[in-house]
Ligand binder design. Structure first.
Ligand code: HEM
Length: 394
């Protein structure tokens, strides 16, 4: 059987593929293509929720590849992020950064995020044709996370390129090269913050490393900052593009938000459910034979949990392929994951999407797609479902 992940059609429209997989078996063995064997792919909602929080499934990729040399040259920092670790390491690392992303902290950041979004669209006029991805969905989240971390503005463009390469499914050479470029860059920046600290997060992490190497090693410092940088913008960029597209394709739902902008914040959950930016969650694996729901998972199997598929499970959400901003249970979505690895940046991401939608609706009430939706280019990434470009007529 061919791997769905090698088929370009999968990246254009994943939902029929997910639906067929779920119908066959919500926890299935799926070929990964080439000589990569199979993975356990989880497409049912209950099974996905259970798997995301299952302590028997490990996220420790270093342990997985220790017995299975991959021949890859990924920088070790990329294989040892908080998202690739189990407790107690995960607990220790997460605790170091939790405070920077609480809802209260995000509340304080909102005026700066709004000012930045306004600055980005200030030159735009009704009637213009713009690429919303290039002009807004990319620069806003990367600027926000770079400012939070203390990454200089001049370096944002190359960071964005490396980060995008990192998520290019299948192209191992490109991914490995990007991992070194990003890790080396972060290591250099940490050295600069050690010499000249500022008030941003990276300097605070450097101080933790300097005071107590048991709390945070040099490698962990680099991996944590790379993770925050990549996780902090790629997904949010996709969320902004997917949300605007979904609204432009559903004018009756968009009209509800025009009629009552107070509904925008609540609408974000349904938009994230409808077209989830993290379509297939990050690497998990089963160190021993185990079960997800009724299905057996053989020892050594990689486990790919799909929030994108789970969020369209008709067993959990009525008429799941319909965008319904009045859906009462939209908040049960798994777009931010579940369990101990649930998205650290969820409050920030939600605020960014909400701020963008509010601004675009207010300034450009007549906005519409400038190209047929079927022709829009989607990224070739198993993890992230997001648009390469979103041409709109303002
Ligand atoms: C709409 C935008 C976003 C979505 C849909 C999203 C989604 C997710 C998901 C599904 C996970 C769990 C992955 C897994 O278990 O395999 C996750 C983890 C994470 N996210 Fe987000 N994310 C978003 C924005 C952000 C932002 C703005 C940040 C800011 C720093 C961030 C930081 C993280 C981190 C650090 C983790 C790892 C948490 C851990 O391992 O404990 N994310 N995210």
């Amino acid at each position: 059987m061919a791997s769905p992940f090698s088929d370009p059609a999968f990246y254009r429209d994943r939902y029929p593929v997910y639906a067929a997989m779920r119908q066959r078996c919500p926890v299935a063995q799926v070929p990964l293509g080439g000589s990569s064997g199979t993975a356990t792919v989880v497409t049912g909602y209950n099974q996905a929720r259970a798997a995301l929080a299952d302590p028997r499934l490990s996220k420790d990729t270093t342990a997985f590849f220790a017995d299975r040399p991959s021949g890859r040259a990924l920088h070790p920092a990329l294989a040892s992020t908080m998202l690739n670790s189990d407790p107690p390491d995960h607990t220790r690392l997460r605790r170091l950064v939790t405070r920077a992303f609480t809802p209260a902290r995000v509340q304080q950041l909102r005026p700066a995020v709004l000012a930045l979004a306004e600055e980005l669209v200030d030159g735009w006029c009704p009637g213009d044709r713009v690429d919303l991805v290039k002009g807004l969905a990319v620069p806003l989240p990367i600027t926000v996370i770079c400012q939070l971390l203390g990454v200089p503005a001049a370096d944002r463009e190359r960071i964005r390129r490396w980060s995008s390469d990192l998520l290019a499914t299948g192209d191992h050479e490109r991914i490995d090269a990007a991992s070194h470029a990003l890790a080396d860059y972060m290591s250099g920046l940490a050295a600069a913050k050690h010499r000249e600290p500022d008030a941003a997060l990276l300097s605070a992490l450097v101080a933790v490393r300097d005071e107590d190497g048991d709390q945070l090693s040099e490698l962990e410092l680099v991996s944590l900052s790379v993770l925050l940088l990549v996780a902090g913008h790629e997904t949010t960029t996709a969320a902004i593009g997917n949300s605007v597209l979904a609204l432009l394709q559903h004018p009756e739902q968009l009209a509800l938000l025009h009629a009552d902008p107070n509904r925008i914040a609540g609408a974000v959950d349904e938009l994230l459910r409808y077209d989830s930016p993290v379509s297939i969650a990050t690497w998990r694996w089963a160190p021993a034979d185990s079960r997800i729901g009724d299905a057996e998972v053989p020892a050594g199997s990689p486990v790919f949990v799909s929030p994108g598929a789970a969020n369209r499970d008709p067993g959990r959400f009525a008429d799941p392929d319909r965008l319904d901003l009045g859906r009462p249970d939209a908040r049960a979505h798994l777009a931010f994951g579940h369990g101990i690895h649930r998205c650290l940046g969820a409050p920030l991401a939600q605020a960014e999407v909400e701020i963008v939608l509010r601004l675009m609706l207010e300034r450009f009430p007549g906005m519409r797609l400038a190209e047929p939706a079927e022709q829009l280019p989607w990224r070739h990434s198993r993890l992230v479902r997001g648009l390469e470009a979103l041409p709109v007529r303002l």
